[in-house]
Design a protein around this ligand. Structure first.
Ligand code: ZN
Length: 203
């Protein structure tokens, strides 16, 4: 199983980190060891002083595919959820400065929190979803998938030119504005529409 992530897919988030808007999806990956196991807390690694939460809609691939056309992309996923792309922002800034890859900042153990899957049939259309992250019961991120720069189906079309998609692969579709630091003791709750999909304690 692999985790494919899209960076800078919401204009306001790209702006808040002073990144230019991309002309094509910005793609990186996390290994399967990055998955934060269900019901486990997120432990802040000791090599970073600034881990950020990034709430994202996560799509689960349910068919094998390569060179998938945009118009058929919807057939490759049936379930989705919310997740957190935990990012060591201090390490990422250093990587960006040196033009190094981002994996140390983005792909470490526990960096991919994945909520409970929901059938897309029980939700509004994929590009009309509302999602939300609460930190300690306070709303910190509000997202609407109609603000994605690249739609889910465009992302699938794009990435499947490079990587064969397999059953169980996950796609993190980018975070809206409002990212911020996590501290030990925080509780992060993610919602897709009104459904709570995860509840994670930070340690
Ligand atoms: Zn992200």
């Amino acid at each position: 199983m692999k985790i494919i992530c899209v960076g800078r897919n919401y204009a306001e988030h790209a702006n808040e980190l002073n990144n230019p808007l991309p002309e094509q999806p910005v793609i990186f990956m996390k290994p399967d060891s990055a998955v934060l196991l269900k019901k486990r807390p997120f432990y802040i690694p000791d090599w970073t002083d600034n881990v950020h939460y990034e709430m994202e809609v996560v799509i689960k691939i349910n068919r094998i595919g390569k060179n998938i056309q945009r118009k058929f992309a919807y057939k490759y996923y049936e379930e989705l959820t919310g997740g957190i792309d935990f990012t060591a922002r201090d390490v990422q800034s250093k990587c960006k400065e040196k033009s190094w890859p981002w994996e140390l900042a983005k792909a470490f153990d526990g960096s991919a929190a994945i909520g409970k899957m929901i059938s897309k049939n029980n939700l509004p259309p994929i590009q009309e979803l509302n999602f939300e992250l609460k930190k300690n019961s306070e709303t910190v991120q509000i997202g609407k998938t109609d603000e994605m720069l690249f739609t889910v189906d465009q992302i699938i079309e794009f990435v499947s030119q490079y990587f064969t998609l397999k059953i169980g692969d996950l796609i993190f579709t980018g975070t809206p504005a409002g990212v911020g630091k996590v501290n030990a003791g925080d509780v992060l709750q993610g919602f897709i529409e009104t459904k709570e999909v995860f509840n994670i304690s930070v340690k």
